[in-house]
Design a protein around this ligand. Structure first.
Ligand code: NAD
Length: 292
């Protein structure tokens, strides 16, 4: 079994980005600049946003974190987005999800200038992805592709089964794995909460991408020997062992399945760090005007 080490790979990518930033600066250009908006103080969102800000500093980007109270109105949030859209010093903008119930997430996603949409969630960028036009790919699916590519996992002609059909992971990765590209050319089956006989389907997977948010859902009886497993899930559970009092679990029972896999991502240290690395890569692409 080969561990798909997202932490190490993400660090390699960050070093590559840092070199590019140095050469931009040497050529008299500005540092890439990522702005992030955080609404409220949800613990998991705080953790993710701080990891993103820290990663910006590590590669030499400028970053701006805008914190808004949980009670902020939708129109106030929209006007913050407008200000950043119009600020030519800022290359990328992300709004940390989830948002409070009184704010329409889709409206917010659509308010971000597609040229600064480094999360790749705007309908224009999703459309470009589907049509195979250069775009900002959504960061988590892009991270999965990058891991598969860097570890030379063969995808062409393979059966890829995806569990979960969210807008940010399951749906886009199912499209990307089916594209006629180097990582791609799979026959893809997208499964979800209404899928019947899930186990019969997952047992036929050569590549199994799991993104449903249920800790240790995939067990040994659901896979075939030699499968490559990408575990996207992150669930926080209480722990008496860790200093923080909690630990992270994936959607796959890692210990149960690991010896039967050809490749597998750990949680933590798999897809999570890759997501952040891809966000940085998209921001660099924006600064270099590589997409628009
Ligand atoms: P989501 O919560 O929006 O949707 C879950 C999906 O799982 C739905 O499409 C649903 O149909 C499907 N599902 C639920 N129960 C099922 C079942 N019993 N059988 C089959 N399918 C079922 O999903 P999301 O936002 O993609 O998040 C999924 C997980 O991935 C979460 O744990 C989240 O924290 C994690 N995540 C991790 C990263 C990362 O960078 N590692 C990024 C995004 C999400």
């Amino acid at each position: 079994m080969v561990l798909l080490d997202g932490k190490k790979t993400a660090n390699d990518i960050k070093e590559e980005i840092a070199l590019e930033v140095s050469s931009l600066i040497e050529n008299g250009q500005k540092k890439p600049h990522l702005a992030a908006i955080l609404v409220g103080n949800d613990g998991a969102s705080e953790t993710y946003i701080h990891a993103k800000v820290k990663a910006c500093h590590k590669v030499g980007f400028e970053s701006t974190l805008i914190r808004l109270d949980n009670s902020v109105s939708e129109s106030e949030l929209l006007s913050e987005i407008k200000k950043i859209n119009n600020n030519s010093d800022i290359n990328g903008l992300i709004v940390q999800l989830p948002l409070p119930d009184h704010i329409d997430e889709m409206k917010i996603t659509q308010a971000i200038n597609p040229q600064k949409d480094v999360d790749g969630f705007h309908p224009e960028n999703i459309g470009r992805m589907v049509l195979n036009i250069p775009t900002y790919l959504p960061a988590t699916p892009a991270g999965i592709l990058e891991l598969l590519q860097r570890y030379n996992v063969v995808t062409s002609g393979k059966h890829c089964v995806v569990i979960g059909r969210s807008h940010i992971v399951g749906s886009p990765i199912s499209i990307l794995m089916a594209r006629n590209t180097n990582v791609g050319n799979c026959t893809v089956t997208l499964t979800h909460s209404r899928t019947e006989n899930l186990k019969e389907i997952t047992k036929t997977a050569d590549i199994l991408i799991v993104a449903l948010g249920k800790a240790e859902f995939v067990t040994e009886d659901m896979i075939k020997d030699g499968v490559c497993i990408i575990d996207v899930g992150i669930t926080r559970v209480k722990s008496t062992v860790t200093k923080s009092g909690w630990k992270l679990l994936g959607d796959v029972s890692f210990e149960e399945v690991k010896d039967r896999c050809s490749f597998i991502t750990p949680v933590p240290g798999g897809v999570g760090p890759m997501t952040i690395a891809m966000l940085l890569k998209n921001t660099l692409k924006s600064a270099k005007k590589m997409i628009y």
